[in-house]
Design a protein around this ligand. Structure first.
Ligand SMILES: *Cc1c(COP(=O)(O)O)cnc(C)c1O
Length: 419
């Protein structure tokens, strides 16, 4: 359930009509609903409250906006970060270092040093080499790094190839069969408090069986490590739960996920950690765009909108589906292609789609754009960086400004020899 509803013929975010935001801020613009963010955060936490000990770290990469992070901090979430830039954002939003998990396959020495100084609560180690380096840096500083070893369970999440992370040939984690030996070697290092294991098999997971299989393998490893005398207090199960991108799509929800997790983890006696991203932010945002013109095609017409693949990359990158609805639906429908102005054929949001009828000047909204939307935006074709707005009841505020091409141009220079 989300708080984007048509009232009096106009699509609203909570109590704010989207045309009011489009007029004041311009288009394209991302609009987030605070009530929806809070609702998703609570539903997820409450579902998992059937477990005795839990920790929730919001996956910052899905939506790193400072205001979004602040809302989730208020809902009791820590943060899962994959770069020092994301760690700084989480800290800036007021999330304590102790509640931050540092994931990511290429942590540099500089990033690990700064994270240690900032009191980051847990490093999820992606390799033995990284663990050795982290221990050395911590030891030199007279600190101890708290860490978990990320294991690649060799399970296919059954999701899009580009967002699958738990197969043996994916770059993430250490191979399952060598995890026990690596854990033993790393946990013996000075400067290292290796307290747990981590697993994350992919994103937009719509079938719980692969997760169940991966978590069960982690349970076997946990028992093996304990039998070998290791103390394990934390098991991080990552994120990945999918969201419906189409009206009426039925997917496993937080309750189904929680029941599965409770069953698999019942004898673990650890703090179970979660890193949800998309399931919290996905349906909390829309991308509002204006129709520049409708162009006749050889077959169906092209609805050319002022948003493009630089603003919302998911369709171009993952062949993703986003519902595209009229902000003022007339009740009429049309079959059309929805495209952006960028000079790439992949700049296509919808092909031969049965959708609300729209014409030049109308506003449309791409639904379920709150996760992996603005965060992936760029300025390709010298387009502005898309702004973000947060709605709360009948209030709204710009929470990220539009960055104009002139600002980016100002950061470039012609070298002396070309002057
Ligand atoms: C991307 C990622 C997540 C979040 O994934 P969602 O599908 O958005 O829930 C969690 N943990 C790690 C390590 C990730 O890379």
């Amino acid at each position: 359930m989300d708080h984007f509803q048509v009232k009096n013929g106009v699509l609203h975010a909570e109590d704010v009509a989207l045309p009011a935001i489009a007029e004041a801020v311009g288009t394209p613009v991302y609009v987030y609903s605070e009530a929806t963010l809070r609702r998703h955060a609570r539903v997820f936490r409450e579902a998992l409250s059937i477990l005795p000990k839990t920790h929730f770290a919001f996956a910052v990469k899905s939506n790193p906006n400072l205001a979004v992070l602040r809302v989730l901090k208020e809902e009791g979430f820590g943060a899962d970060v994959v770069s020092i830039g994301e760690a700084r954002r989480a800290l800036a939003a007021g999330i304590p270092g102790a509640d931050i998990v540092f994931s990511g396959v290429g942590k540099t020495d500089e990033e690990m040093a700064e994270a240690l100084e900032s009191g980051i609560g847990q490093f999820n180690l992606e390799s033995e080499e990284e663990g050795v380096e982290l221990a050395r840096i911590a030891h030199e500083k007279g600190l101890t790094a708290t860490a978990a070893l990320r294991v690649n369970p060799d399970v296919d999440a059954g999701t899009h190839d580009k967002i699958s992370t738990g197969k043996a040939d994916n770059k993430f984690g250490v191979p399952y069969f060598s995890a026990k030996d690596i854990f033993a070697r790393l946990s013996a290092l000075p400067g290292m408090n290796l307290r747990g294991l981590a697993v994350h098999i992919g994103s937009q997971i719509t079938n719980l069986d692969p997760s169940r299989a991966a978590f069960a393998k982690m349970g076997v490893l946990l028992a093996d490590l304990r039998a070998a005398g290791h103390t394990i207090t934390h098991l991080d199960l990552g994120g990945g739960l999918g969201v419906p991108y189409r009206v009426g799509e039925q997917l496993p929800g937080p309750d189904d996920y929680a029941a599965m997790v409770a069953e698999v983890t019942k004898d673990w006696d650890v703090t179970v950690m979660f890193e949800p991203g998309r399931v919290i932010t996905g349906n909390s945002g829309v991308l509002v765009s204006k129709v520049v013109r409708v162009k006749r095609g050889a077959n169906n017409p092209f609805v050319v909108v002022d948003a493009a693949m630089n603003d919302l990359a998911r369709p171009a990158m993952y062949d993703a589906w986003h519902d595209c609805v009229a902000v003022r639906p007339s009740g009429e429908t049309m079959t059309a292609n929805v495209v952006g102005p960028i000079c790439e054929s992949s700049d296509t949001f919808a092909r031969n789609r049965e959708m609300d009828a729209v014409t030049t000047g109308d506003l449309v909204a791409f639904r379920t754009a709150g996760a992996y939307g603005a965060t992936m935006a760029n300025t390709y074709n010298s387009r502005p960086l898309v702004p973000e707005v947060l709605v709360s009841g009948d209030r709204y505020a710009v929470v990220a400004n539009r960055i104009e091409p002139a600002t980016i141009l100002a950061a470039e220079q012609v070298p002396d020899w070309l002057k």
